[in-house]
Structures are given as C-alpha cells and as structure tokens.
Design a protein around this ligand. Structure first.
Ligand code: ADP
Length: 903
C-alpha cells in the first residue's frame, strides 16, 4: 500500500498546501477587510463632503436669515416706506450678490415694494396664497421658503422670509430676500471643485419638499428629487446623516448602482445628497480585489509550476534513485529503466547528480562485495565438499585467481617426509617452476617462510627493487611476476603452510586485498586441517572397525541388528549359517522376513508357538530367551534366541538385536552325561554283578565245585570281564573322539583281512549268516587296521544283534570316486527314517524289543563315525525297504600321498 509518510512528494505537497492554504485564506480575509475599509473610507469621504456642504449651506442660509431679520428691524421696512426701502434695499443688494430680489409684502400678501424694481414689476400682486406667506403669518422667526421660480425675476430662487409684527402683535406683512439658487449652485460648484477635483460626484441640495435647489447643472434646479430617489430624499429630509449604496429600481430612476451620502441642512430642514456611481466609487476596492485574486492565482500557478519543476528535477529523480537503491544488492537484476534513469542523472552537476554517482559507486562496490562473498561461499562449499585436500586447495586457488585477478598463485607446505617446503597446489605457474619450489626450513629470503615465521602476510611490491629478493630475481623474471604476497596458513595439526599470490605488474597489495586473501588462506587452512584430522581419525577408525568386524564375524553366535524402522542394519556370517541363508544378502531383508524364515526352520509343531514367543520377546513382554529345535539336513539342532534392545549413550532406543546360538552341543553333552550315568549304572553293574556272583560262588567254602563247573564259571567271569573291558575301551575311544585327539596309526592292509578279523572277533558271531561280496578292484588300504576292524565288527555285531536271528547279513565293498565304500545290510526291522539323524549320537539307542534284549551302551555307531571321520571318510545310513543298510567310505590314499601331504 502507498505509504504517505514515506513519500517525499506527498510530504512536500502537504507542506506546500500548509503554506498556500493559509496564504489564500489570509488573502481572502485581507481582501474582505480591505474592501470594507476602502468602502468605509470612500463613504466617509463622501459623507464629509456632504456634511461640509451642509455646513456651508447652513451658514449661508443662516446669514440670509440674519440678513432678512436685520432688514425687518428697519422702520422704513416696518412702515413699508417705499422710498426708504429702495435706499436700504439698494445698499443691501449691493452687498449681497446672491440675492436677486428684496421685497416687502403687506399683511394681506400684496407686493408693496421690491428691489430692483424692474424690468417687470409685481408690485400690487397678491402673494397671500404662497406657502411661505402662510408660514410667516404663523411665526415670529425668519424662515426659508421652498425653491421656486420667482415671478418677478423669473429665476429659480429660495426666499428668506421674516414676518413683521407690530408691537401690539399685529401681523404687518413680511420682508423677504430671494436667494438665487444659481448662486447656491455656484457655491456648491466651488466646494465640489475644492473637495472633488475629478467631479465624479453628483451633489444636490434639496429643500424641505425634496426639490433640487442647488445643482451643478442649472437645468436640474427645482426638479423633484424624491421622484428620482425617494429613499434617500426621505432619509435626509427627516434629518438623517449617512451613506447608502442603492441599486436601481425600487422607485428610483437611477440606471446604475450608486453610493449616496447625505447630511441635513438643519436650519432650513433641507438636505445635501452627494452621490456617485458605485462602480466609480468602489473602483479602488475592485482593483484591490483583483489584485488579491491575481496574487492568489499567481501563487497557485507559480506553486504549480514550482511543483512541476520540483517533481521533474528532484522528486522523480529521487524516486528513481530510491527504487534503484532498493534494487542494489538484491539477487534480481536491476531493471533497464532504472539504469537508464540513473545514467541520465549522473550527467547532472547538482546534488541529484552527486547522489546518482554515489549510488552508482555504491552499486559497483556492493557488486564487488557480493562477488567476494559468493566466491568465499563457494570456497567454503569446496572446503566441506570433499576431504581430499588437494582438490580443495585447487578449488581455492581457482577462486583466488577469479576474484583477485591475480596471474599466479600457489600453496606451499612443509612436506614432513622430506623436511622441505613444496608446492601443494598451484595455478598459472609453470610445471617446471612448481616442481622447483623446494624451500629449506632455514631459508632466510623465502617470502613464504618469512610469512610463516612472522605469522602475518608479507608482500613484495616489486621484486626488481626489493633487495632481499636478489637471489630469486632471475627465477621470478623467468616466470614473469613482479610482485607477490604470502599469507601464512595457521594450522594446528597440519604442517606449516602459506598461500602465495603473484602478479605480473608491480603492485602494492591494499589492506582489503590482504584481508580477502587472508580469508582464502583461512579456508585453505580449514581444508588442510580437515584432511589431516580426517586422515588421522580415519586410520584409527578403520582399524577399530576392522577389529570389531573381525571380532563380531568370528563370534560363534549369530548376531543380527534391526533399525528402528524394521530394516536389518547389521548381521554376522554365523547367523546366515545357523539359519541356512549363507547365500543371501540379509541387509536387503526386513527383520520380519528374517523372523518368518527363522520360524520356518523350526519343527512343524513348534512353529505357531515359537512365532508367538518371538513376538512377545521382541516387544519386550515375555522371556527374552527362547529355545527351539530346528531340523537341518534331517538332523535336529537346538537353537537359542536372545533378544535385546540397542540404545544410544543417552539410553534412547535405536533398534533391536538378536543373538542366535546353536546349543545342540550343550544339549548333547547333557544327554551324554545322563546317558553315561545310566550306562555306568547299568552296563557296568550287570557284568560286575555277574563277576562278583560267580567269584563268590567259586570261593564258597561250603561247596566244592567240580572242574567242569569251575571252568564254566570262570568262562562266564572272563566273558563279563571282556564285556567290561570292551565297555571301558569304548568309553575311552568316545572320549578321545570327543576330545579330537584320536591317534590314527596307518598301515597298509587289505580290506579282506580286516573283514575276516572283524568277523572272528564279533560277538555274537554272525556264523554263516554273513555274506561278503568284495569288488575285485579294491586296492590296498592305508588305514589304522584295528580302528577299521572295530568299525566293521560293530556294524556286523549290530546286524547280528538287531536284525533278528533269521536275517541274512550282507557285506559289500565297492570303489566309488576315489573312495572305497563298504555297506553292511540286513533284513531286520531297520531304523525308522526320522531317527537316522540321531542314530550316530553317543549313548543313543532305539526303543524296541530287540534293542532291549541285547545289552549295549549306544556307543558302537558313534565310535564308528568317529573312526571313519578320523580317516577322512563318512558314515551314513541308506534307505532300504526292508532292513538297515549302514555304509561308510574311506578315501583311497596311498602311503606315498600321505607322506607328501604330511610334508
Ligand atoms: P549298542 O549296540 O550298544 O546299542 P550302537 O551304537 O551300536 O549301540 O547301536 C545303537 C542302536 O542302533 C542300537 O541300540 C539299535 O537299537 C540300533 N541298531 C544298530 N544297528 C541296527 C541294525 N542293524 N538293525 C536295527 N537296529 C540297529
């Protein structure tokens, strides 16, 4: 919105109006006041004229009345003595040129005498009906008649009349003098000439009947003034003094507006009226009025033009400059019209021109500052964009070159390996020169080293004149620079370094330039520091990470970590082995996918329960340890899950973890422990009881046994002792197998002889139930003969014991893929397939009648497994429709190969 307070144009306009409006008002008031004043002056001047005429006339008439009064005192007049009167009147007449007739009327109004007597005579005429005669009869004082034409002189006159009374009070007639009205008019003329030289005024003396009895023009005499101006004649004859402007009309015969001033002639009840056209009277007023209007108009017009000029010359330029100044420093481009306007004002010599030039300079300086700032910003961005200090230093030098318009620049730093200062980055310098820069730390004249030592910028404004530079001058000339500035880089962790700027011309670096280059130097310092610190910390970090990684990867437990959003953050190899996911990249899985997979690994009947337990454990509700059985390659594995929360140092949860442990071995050990106790309690006790029983029997003193019985008893004792001995051997073997230190002493032997020996030592013997079929190509074996014999014997014994008495037993041997494979088959009840995985475990025995009938500790098959595996072979059960088929393989190694391998 337009803000009036901020707009200079509006403020000036307001100021102008504040000035001009009071001036106009004052002019109008002054005009009003002046008009009234002038009017009053004019009126009072006219009134004064009227008054002075009235005064004059009054005196004149009074003189006339006194004169006639004096005449009335003369006896010849009283007595109407004609000859006496003639003499008297002649004298009087000669002294009064304004009087044209002096006469005497008798008591009846008959003319008795008049002077001058000729040419016409009215002696004997009756004037009794005359108004003045009638009035004279009623008074003792002199009076004045109205204006009239004297019948005697035929001239307009007014008569001063003095009634004559006898001492007895009888009316004797009157004596009168006719005053020439023309004489009055002449008097009037002289007064007017005295007071009103322009003769603009129209002056009239009225008698008491409003007849004109004095006027400059004699033709006007005795005309009725009330017909012309009834209002004024009425006012003056009623004794009023004053001025009035009277418009035409209203009974008046004037054609234009007139100013009337009037005063009464009190002695005669007459009046003086001075009038003139209002237009003429108030010409001065109008002139003043026009003058005021003109002044006002002048002020307004001049004000308007002043305003225009002010706008054009000051306000518009100021507004343009203000808008221009607002645009300075903004991101947006300055519009062309502002630029043009400013360009125009720059030419001016006044303050606007001065301001425009200042703004232009300001713009240029701001642009330069902005450029510096943006370059510094870019430099800062470069510093943080990479940790490779070389790239950063290159970028910094690029900015230095761009901003400072320098020709060459470089950063030199101490190379810790070689102990000399070398260029780490450079621009504009020749490769050869850059490579040549090798400054020894004790070099005295090096500018960079001086800057580093002094800890402040050092400049050489002209290498040609600088004495300390003499030794380096040749090289500088060759490279083509004349001046240089070195700024130290204040590093804490990195080796000392300096930024050097070269110019082709001799140049004194200003403080601003030095400050700017110092800023770049600070950035370079930061980059070098960052890179150094990063290098140090990165090495440490990498080492720590490597160790930690190795530790976690070599854990026997599987570990998996889940982030807050369910993704898998980390896992070790072991966990993939434990859940059969060796080939899978678990980092692309979610924890839910992993748990689903884990649950599927469990035995079918456990899965639903396990899933629930895992959910509970993950939410931290239930037990966080869960144990379950997984089937892997048809073998049971006991696994234990442990959930835990991962928190940051402040204790805030940042994820979950899961440890998976194969506890099969622990379970096995537990089982073995209990089996061992059971075996010891049963398998050892039974033969011992027999041995003890028969020995006690033999030693009984009250019975004497024949030789036959004694031999039988001793044979039983021997058999049971053998059984005990076999059991102890088996236990020893198992413990060695478990401990992994089963000694194997290989010898060359044939399979055939091993089978024979096993067959003979088997107990119970297979007798003729055993059928042996050996392939022809079976080579000489290089094995531990007693161990393999034990394997064969155990398998044959088992077939004899558990296949039933009628079952035939087949022993076959073939050569398959560099192995000799031996199979021992029978047609007995066999072994259920779900037990295949466990049948080779120590102390494991099936739960059936045949097993129960035959003594055994469940060690035979696990010893077979241990012995075969100790030879690098394998043992397994093969699926048969009927009966059991145990097979084992032995690698076909010769003694030679073994020896070579041992090397
Ligand atoms: P032992 O013979 O002392 O019981 P073994 O480890 O030799 O111990 O045998 C383990 C179990 O395997 C036996 O108890 C038996 O139940 C079963 N078994 C072994 N061989 C056979 C076979 N040929 N036929 C049926 N069951 C067998």
């Amino acid at each position: 919105m337009f803000n009036f307070r901020r707009d200079l144009g509006f403020q000036l306009l307001t100021l102008y109006l504040l000035f001009i409006v009071p001036v106009i008002l004052a002019s109008l008031i002054f005009d009003q006041w002046l008009t009234q004043k002038i009017k009053a002056n004019i009126e009072s001047a006219d009134l004064a004229l009227a008054r002075s005429i009235a005064q004059e006339s009054n005196t004149f008439l009074q003189n006339a009345l006194i004169a006639v009064e004096q005449l009335s005192a003369y006896p010849q007049v009283i007595n109407a003595d004609s000859s006496g009167m003639e003499e008297l009147f002649a004298i009087f007449h000669s002294g009064r040129p304004d009087v044209n007739l002096i006469y005497r009327l008798d008591a009846q109004g008959i003319m008795v005498f008049h002077y001058p007597t000729g040419p016409g005579s009215t002696v004997g005429w009756d004037f009794s009906s005359r108004d003045y005669f009638l009035r004279a009869k009623a008074t003792h004082h002199a009076l004045l008649s109205k204006g009239r034409i004297s019948p005697t002189t035929q001239q307009p006159v007014a008569t001063a009349v003095m009634p004559l009374w006898s001492q007895q009070g009888r009316f004797l007639g009157l004596v009168a003098t006719n005053i020439k009205l023309e004489a009055l008019s002449a008097t009037l003329k002289s007064i007017v000439a005295q007071h009103d030289p322009s003769a603009a005024s129209d002056i009239v003396i009225l008698d008491h009947t409003a007849q004109v009895i004095a006027h400059a023009e004699s033709s006007m005499l005795l005309q009725d003034f009330s017909a012309r101006q009834p209002e004024i004649s009425q006012a003056v004859l009623s004794g009023e003094t004053g001025s009035r402007v009277v418009e035409p009309g209203n009974g008046a015969t004037d054609e234009a507006e007139r100013l009337y001033s009037f005063a009464p002639i009190s002695i005669a009840g007459w009046g003086v009226v001075v009038s003139r056209p209002a237009e003429l009277a108030f010409a001065a007023v109008r002139a003043t009025h026009r003058g005021v209007l003109f002044t006002m108009g002048f002020f307004i017009v001049v004000g308007f033009f002043f305003w225009l000029a002010l706008s054009r010359q000051v306000l518009i330029p100021l507004e343009s400059l203000a808008l221009y100044s607002q645009k300075i420093g903004m991101e947006t481009e300055i519009p062309e019209k502002y630029l043009q306007a400013v360009q125009e004002y720059i030419e001016r010599d006044d303050q606007v021109g001065h301001l425009s030039r200042s703004l232009k300079r300001m713009e240029a300086s701001i642009q330069a500052r902005l450029k510096e700032l943006s370059t510094l910003l870019q430099t800062s961005t470069s510093v943080v964009s990479t940790l490779d200090s070389r790239i950063v230093l290159d970028r910094i030098l690029e900015q230095v070159e761009k901003l400072m318009q320098t020709h060459m620049c470089a950063i030199v730093a101490l190379e810790e390996r070689s102990g000399v200062f070398r260029a780490q980055a450079s621009r504009g310098l020749s490769k050869q020169y850059t490579e040549q820069i090798t400054i020894l730390p004790n070099e005295q004249h090096s500018v960079s080293l001086r800057a580093i030592r002094e800890g402040k910028p050092v400049q050489i404004s002209d290498i040609e004149t600088e004495a300390s530079f003499a030794s380096l001058r040749e090289r500088a000339r060759a490279e083509g620079y004349r001046s240089m500035l070195a700024v130290p880089l204040q590093t804490l962790h990195a080796p000392p370094a300096a930024l050097i700027v070269y110019r082709k011309d001799p140049h004194v670096f200003s403080e601003r330039e030095i400050n700017l280059i110092s800023s770049f130097a600070n950035h370079a310092t930061m980059a070098i520091e960052n890179a150094t610190l990063y290098e140090k910390s990165d090495l440490r970090l990498r080492e720590q990470t490597r160790r930690l990684e190795a530790l976690i990867q070599s854990l026997q437990d599987g570990l998996i970590l889940e982030g807050l959003h369910g993704s898998i953050l980390y896992y070790n190899k072991r966990i993939t082995q434990l859940v059969n996911l060796e080939e899978v990249d678990l980092s692309k899985w979610t924890m839910t996918q992993f748990i689903d997979h884990l649950v599927r690994q469990a035995e079918d009947h456990q899965q639903a329960k396990l899933y629930q337990e895992i959910q509970g454990a993950m939410q931290g509700k239930d037990h966080r340890h869960i144990e379950f059985t997984a089937l892997r390659e048809r073998k049971k594995h006991y696994l234990r899950l442990q959930f835990f929360d991962v928190t940051d140092p402040e204790g805030e949860s940042i994820g979950h973890g899961l440890i998976l442990r194969d506890i099969t071995r622990n379970r096995e050990i537990d089982r073995m422990k209990s089996s061992l106790i059971a075996t010891v309690s049963h398998e050892l006790r039974t033969p011992l009881a027999a041995v003890k029983g028969y020995t006690t029997t033999l030693l009984a003193e009250d019975v004497s046994w024949d030789a036959q019985s004694q031999r039988e008893f001793l044979e039983i004792i021997l058999k049971e002792t053998d059984r005990l001995s076999q059991l102890v051997t088996d236990l020893l073997d198992i413990s060695r197998i478990e401990a992994g230190n089963l000694p194997i002493q290989r010898k060359e032997c044939t399979l055939e002889e091993l089978i024979q020996r096993a067959q003979l030592s088997a107990h119970p013997t297979p007798s003729n139930r055993l059928q042996v079929h050996l392939a022809k190509d079976i080579p000489l074996l290089f094995v531990d003969p007693p161990r393999i014999e034990t394997v064969l014997r155990n398998l044959i014994e088992n077939a004899v014991k558990y296949a039933g008495e009628d079952s035939p037993i087949r022993l076959t041997a073939t050569v398959e893929e560099q192995h000799v494979v031996v199979r021992v088959e029978d047609e007995g009840p066999g072994i259920p397939s779900e037990k295949h995985a466990q049948i080779f475990d120590s102390f494991y025995r099936l739960e059936n009648g045949l097993t129960r009938r035959n003594p055994g500790a469940g060690l035979g098959l696990s010893i077979c497994k241990g012995f075969v595996e100790a030879h690098g072979g394998e043992i397994w059960l093969e699926e048969r429709k009927k009966g059991a088929c145990f097979a084992f393989s032995l690698p076909l190694t010769t003694s030679q190969e073994m020896k070579e391998e041992a090397k």
